[in-house]
Design a protein around this ligand. Sequence first.
Ligand code: FE2
Length: 368
Amino acid sequence: MNTEKKKIILVDDNLTNLTLGKRVLQDQYEVFTAPSGEKLFKLLRVVTPDLILLDIEMPEMNGYTVLKKLREDNENFDIPVIFLTSQTDTGSELEGLSLGAADYIAKPFLPPLLMKRIENHLMIGEQKNQLRNWGEKLRKEVEVKTEQVLELQNAMIGTLAELVEFRDSVTGDHIGVTVKYLEVLLKGMKKHGIYSEEIQKWDARFLLPSAQLHDVGKIAISDLILNKPGKLTDEEFEVMKQHPVLGVEIIQKIEAQTSESAFLKNAKIFAGTHHEKWDGSGYPDGLMGESIPLLGRLMAVADVYDALLSKRPYKDPMSAEKAESIITAGRGSHFDPKLVDVFVDAADVFENIAAGSGGRCAVFAKAG
Ligand SMILES: [Fe+2]
């Protein structure tokens, strides 16, 4: 049990009132006195009281001004204040209460009544503190649980993305690397203030992990097509072009079994729109310009850059310079022009990621 005495500051310009008040209160409370508003604020630098008893009529700074100043003060704004006054008109009482005074006691006060009212207000203050502490505890618990759910979700999504990657033997470290490219593009967009309004709405905790599922639709594509050692025929390519739609369907199935999730919403956009092209010649929907969701436009740059630098059964990896020139040439046709500018600005970071990306090291060629 907390046996420490509660602290009360008594503010009054009349010395007799201060002495009398202190005498009444000191058995039960630790009492500090201040003969003016100025002295109170000096005292508050070293003492944090549980309650302030404040005279209204004081020279220079009156009680109302003191209370206003207290309420504007971040440190002391919620200390309960009881006004002590000899004024009896209800107008001033109303003014004090509307300024946020906890109570109003007329002088001369009856000691037992003063004690009882102080006791009540201290009890309310304590309950408020308890509520605040509970709220804080709950907030922390929710934060920990959310973190655990996110960890579990990311682990499961990572595993699902890996399963897709294992089936598609040509993709190498495709998923991990494209997520890193996306991160670089996001940083660049923030740096240059591009699409900042939209970026502000994104929750980074969900965004990048959800990008891992962009090719999840490939899980439903036949091995014969997915791993064909050579270029696909037109018919086979038509099947392959189904993977964005299939991806959206798979994510929708997960969505149907869970509650609303920003993560799955983003994942669906990545999966469904990463093969759309700025000029409308992409698939599956032939969307054009900014009607392609920004996430899809971003993934298009990251995905193509990675594909160009990857070894395929029918092609060697391209040099970084060549890949950069292809992305640049696609400015305004395949890709969002603003995002190509961000890419060009960060091209060396892209090269470094590609050069250090696990299995790609052996096949990554700087030039030629
Ligand atoms: Fe894809």
